[in-house]
Design a protein around this ligand. Structure first.
Ligand code: SF4
Length: 285
């Protein structure tokens, strides 16, 4: 067996086992894959196709890409998304901030402390609405083990313990209109995702988002990578602490419907409408 075959067997077996152990996908379900064209979402797509081909039950797959309007960046991700969806023979639904919200991230990011704030809110909203309209039972995201540790530490640093309920490979459905997430790469280290893409010569979008260095996630990622290099095992220790905490029953959030748009929200007005009103205020000035 070649090194490539051996590695592919290892990585796909680990993902298949996670899906089976946590029962992430059930017979007859419709799964929407959030496909940015980056290495993690592309591996998620290929891995779910691999699982679909080997499973002894049927389920349906679709991919959804969202173009945020980041010039000289996102169009390359969309290209990779189109090519990989074609290779896997999975239909791709393409959405954009422009079509859905009549704006591009490049034009409005400066109204916020970080571009990631409006970007994440609009993208999650468009992804959820598209998946819901397609009738998806779950949205599969490309969150890998490193992302999960970063999110965990971000919530710690913000004192946002409510977000602890968003950890783990599967999130519960907490509102009829909010499609629950699954994370098939939950226990796959980022280094393995990179290695898979290189060994298999996969067309992925490698460039870093031009806004990413401004984010808290980027700072925590840098800190973790530096600490791991000096103190090997740090990431695993953090992940194990996280798994221990997962044993604590997660805080349940009761969701309302936004008074403006009707989408699920923990408050009276959803984040998307809050962001839209900040943009409107800035446009008036
Ligand atoms: Fe959006 Fe921030 Fe990700 Fe860039 S790094 S795509 S701005 S969330």
């Amino acid at each position: 067996m070649t090194q490539k075959e051996e590695f592919n067997n290892m990585i796909f077996s680990r993902i298949n086992n996670l899906i089976k152990d946590y029962n992430l996908i059930k017979e007859g379900e419709k799964i929407a894959v959030a496909l940015s064209g980056g290495k993690d979402s592309v591996l998620t797509l290929h891995a779910l196709k691999h699982f679909q081909d080997s499973a002894d039950f049927d389920f349906e797959l679709v991919a959804i890409s969202v173009n945020e309007g980041i010039s000289a960046y996102r169009e390359f991700g969309v290209e990779a998304a189109i090519e990989n969806a074609k290779i896997c023979d999975i239909p791709l639904i393409q959405k954009s901030f422009k079509e859905e919200e009549n704006l591009e991230l490049d034009d409005i990011y400066s109204y916020f402390k970080s571009a990631c704030i409006p970007c994440g809110v609009f993208r999650r909203n468009i992804l959820n609405k598209t998946a819901y309209e397609w009738g998806a039972d779950k949205i599969a995201t490309g969150h890998n083990l490193d992302d999960e540790i970063q999110s965990f530490l971000m919530s710690f640093s913000r004192g946002d313990t409510v977000k602890f309920s968003k950890f783990g490979p599967e999130l519960d459905r907490i509102h009829e209109k909010l499609v629950p997430r699954i994370k098939p790469l939950w226990n796959t280290p980022e280094a393995d995702v990179k290695k898979w893409a290189i060994l298999n010569n996969i067309h992925i979008h490698i460039a870093e988002c031009p806004y990413s260095s401004l984010s808290l996630r980027a700072k925590i990622k840098h800190f973790l990578n530096e600490t791991e290099a000096k103190h090997p095992g740090t990431k695993n220790n953090v992940m194990n602490s996280f798994i221990d905490i997962l044993d604590v029953p997660p805080t349940r959030t009761v969701l309302n419907e936004c008074e403006i748009c009707g989408e699920p929200t923990s408050g009276k007005i959803c984040k998307t409408c809050e962001i839209k009103s900040i943009i409107q205020e800035n446009l008036k000035d």
